[in-house]
Ligand binder design. Structure first.
Ligand code: ATP
Length: 468
């Protein structure tokens, strides 16, 4: 299926000008040479233009640093979360899932320490009046360069609201700033209703809310975001070994899904950097266009959380081991990742520009598990004669893959469009298909095309995913 030069360059047309105002202009020196200088800008534009991520409430001028996930973005975000769930829950027999409430009573957040300590140090620039997180700026205003900053004061990050019609102190509720506390408050429920015993984990994926002082860098830091967290409960003697195990597992997850090793690193926290509850923390960091930054924190939280909730609630959160006759408060290893932030890292890592037959193209080299569509079904012409076969192919593939079906524009433009949104395989139905009952499968990365009988198509695509 040949395409014209014009069709090849059609991918980046009509890009919008109204980009979010929090995209950084500077690209630091340590970004590898083969990445486009304006990578961040290009990915943000692609997200907006192709329907991955829209500024929220855009028709009203947007709502700062709040985003909506469009038809492609919602597929991809679901895939990121699904890939995490598959690795953390489905492929294991020692981790179970949970979906806890987002709204919570003050008692939970008092016991967890969040009401007292979940703050960031805020400073104002006396010159330009911008506000910053003191721990992120080295004493100089990133906006105007002035070092005339106010004293840092602690700013509380939790969103407070009222449950019910009365807005008094007795009705205060909080939106959770992390999913983790649901696992601790349900520890006894899970222990009592499953046959799990330490070492075992409880996993949760869901929204969290933080009233960030400086939300920035597109969906890297937003006030509403999604997390993927797991609390792994172990005997105290085994906590260090499980900490090391989870650090290794989590690094492997990113690499398996296509993050290049040179753009991923592990950073152990110095002792003076550790949170009050932590006995050891390592961050998984990705090389973003502005430098290395966190994707996930893996912490050895000791028995801090279960002890705090047991003390505050008066319920025992110990585990009694009938084999050793030992009673102990389990220690917790927590891999805590951001789904929305990780999706952004996968997009940045996948973005590339190459040349096919001397013509430039934009391609998202996403792992097939993460791509918004795995397969695009493309009848060569809009003519009705090809439609029944296209429908039959769709019916065959849809139960197994997320499929796009596109009949408009020339085949070259349609390939280009699918490359740009990361679809690994295009299946083209042409007039020969009516004779030989076969289709052409085109590979996104190599652009290689092979003829495959329709009755062997599913097996061929499964073979390509590595799951025959
Ligand atoms: P930071 O230091 O960047 O504020 P943190 O160390 O407080 O983050 P954690 O509390 O460890 O973050 O949260 C676990 C993960 O949740 C982070 O690694 C990140 O991927 C994600 N996350 C945290 N805050 C945000 C946010 N405001 N927007 C998007 N993702 C976030």
């Amino acid at each position: 299926m040949n395409e014209t030069a014009e069709e090849r360059s059609a991918g980046a047309d009509n890009l919008p000008d109204n980009l979010p105002d929090d995209v950084p202009d500077d690209v630091p020196d340590d970004v590898p040479d083969d990445l486009p200088d304006d990578l961040m800008d290009k990915v943000v534009r692609l997200c907006r233009h192709r329907g991955f991520i829209f500024p929220s409430a855009e028709i009203y001028g947007g709502f700062r640093s709040t985003y909506d996930y469009g038809p492609l973005g919602v597929n991809m975000l679901r895939n990121v979360k699904e890939a995490w769930w598959r690795s953390m829950v489905q492929l294991r027999d020692d981790v179970v899932g949970l979906d806890a409430a987002i709204l919570g009573p003050p008692a939970v957040w008092e016991a967890s320490g969040h009401l007292a300590t979940f703050t960031d140090p805020l400073v104002d620039c006396r010159n330009c009046h911008e506000r910053w997180r003191a721990d992120k700026i080295d004493g100089v205003c990133p906006n105007c360069g002035s070092s005339d900053l106010t004293e840092a004061r602690e700013f509380h990050l939790m969103f407070k609201t009222h449950a019910g019609p009365v807005e008094d102190e007795g009705h205060v509720a909080y939106l959770r700033p992390e999913t983790a506390q649901g696992m601790f408050t349900n520890f006894a429920n899970v222990l009592g209703t499953t046959r799990k015993k330490p070492p075992f984990g409880i996993a949760q994926v869901g929204k969290s809310f933080r009233n960030e002082i400086t939300p920035q860098n597109f969906v890297f830091r937003t006030r509403e975001f999604e997390q993927m967290e797991m609390e792994y409960f172990v005997s105290p003697a085994e906590s260090q070994q499980w900490f090391e195990y989870w650090v290794e597992q989590r690094m492997a997850w990113y690499l398996d899904l296509g993050i290049p090793p040179e753009r991923l690193r592990l950073r152990h926290h110095d002792p003076d950097e550790l949170s009050h509850y932590s006995r050891g923390t390592a961050d998984v960091e990705f090389l973003f266009p502005w430098g290395w930054d966190e994707l996930e924190g893996i912490a050895n939280r000791g028995d801090y959380d279960l002890t705090a909730h047991a003390t505050a609630s008066g319920e025992s959160l110990d585990y009694f081991d009938p084999q050793t006759n030992e009673r102990y408060t389990p220690h917790v290893i927590e891999p805590a990742a951001g789904a929305t932030r990780t999706m952004m890292a996968f997009l940045l890592a996948a973005y590339s520009e190459d040349e096919i037959g001397g013509e430039a193209r934009t391609v998202l080299r996403l792992h097939w598990r993460l791509a918004p569509y795995q397969v695009a079904v493309l009848p060569l012409s809009k003519k009705d004669t090809l439609e029944p076969t296209a429908r039959r192919v769709l019916g065959l593939l849809q139960p197994h893959f997320m499929c796009d079906h596109d009949v408009t524009q020339s085949i070259g433009r349609r390939y280009r469009r699918q490359d740009e949104i990361g679809t690994p395989w295009c299946v083209t139905i042409d007039f020969d298909s009516l004779e030989d009952d076969a289709v052409t499968v085109r590979d996104r990365d190599s652009t290689e095309q092979v003829r495959v009988p329709i009755d062997g198509l599913l097996a061929e695509l499964r073979r390509r995913t590595g799951s025959e």
